[in-house]
Design a protein around this ligand. Structure first.
Ligand SMILES: *Cc1c(COP(=O)(O)O)cnc(C)c1O
Length: 222
């Protein structure tokens, strides 16, 4: 199957209320265009330079999601066009995104990334750090961003129970926040969990966004 067929099939099987971010990192523009011409508009990248280059040469109605770890000094390169930043893991980064979005006269959607995996190497906030951010009065002043929900990556494992318990944890946290901290806001609505190897579990556990790379574009050669 080619990319167009794979993404079409994948979307048919996806519940209608779940958004697909087609993760196109390392993949050439022709393949992104094949997916785009099926009508798909949301793509995800995790390197600033690569995203910037693809943004410049590909159709302007693509909705670009930045899904990787983002350094503060690079926010300015994507702020003029990026639609959503998935992996915000500090107040300083949030502040920077707001400032750069303001300069670009835009509003950027963000997700707060939680650390839920066993691996130490994965980025993300602890619960303490999360509450420090959302309880800080400063976030009221961030008029150029919208906090739209949470993002996380589960442990990379074949152990289904492990992944289920990590996704259960973040879903409960999401529900708690929505009820007690964001009840006034319709923006806080997204739970970005699930990749090629664990998206089925993520869907059962309440994902509203899945980020799928290899299942659509094939394995990546780094
Ligand atoms: C690469 C990546 C994905 C997609 O991974 P696949 O296993 O290829 O589906 C999803 N989320 C993040 C944050 C990634 O870096």
């Amino acid at each position: 199957m080619n990319t167009a067929e794979k993404i079409t099939d994948f979307k048919k099987a996806l519940p209608k209320n779940v958004k697909l971010v087609a993760v196109s990192k390392t993949k050439p523009e022709e393949e992104i265009l094949q997916a785009y011409h099926t009508g798909h508009k949301i793509f995800g990248e995790n390197k600033v330079q690569e995203l910037r280059a693809k943004y410049e040469s590909l159709p302007k109605d693509i909705e670009w999601h930045y899904i990787g770890h983002l350094q503060r000094n690079k926010v300015k390169y994507i702020a003029p066009f990026v639609s959503m930043i998935h992996a915000v893991d500090s107040m300083r980064l949030l502040r920077k995104i707001n400032n750069e979005a303001k300069k670009a006269k835009r509003e950027i959607q963000v997700l707060l990334q939680m650390h839920i995996a066993k691996e130490q190497t994965k980025f993300g906030l602890s619960e303490t750090e999360l509450y420090e951010i959302i309880e800080s009065p400063e976030i009221e002043e961030f008029k150029n961003l919208k906090i739209c929900g949470l993002m996380a990556m589960a442990t990379f494992t074949d152990n289904k129970e492990q992944i289920e318990s990590e996704f259960d944890y973040i879903k409960n946290l999401f529900d708690e926040l929505k009820e007690n901290h964001f009840s006034e806001s319709d923006d806080f609505a997204e739970l970005s969990i699930g990749m090629s190897n664990d998206y089925e579990i993520a869907l059962q556990k309440g994902a509203s966004i899945v980020r799928i790379g290899s299942k659509i574009f094939g394995e990546r050669n780094y």
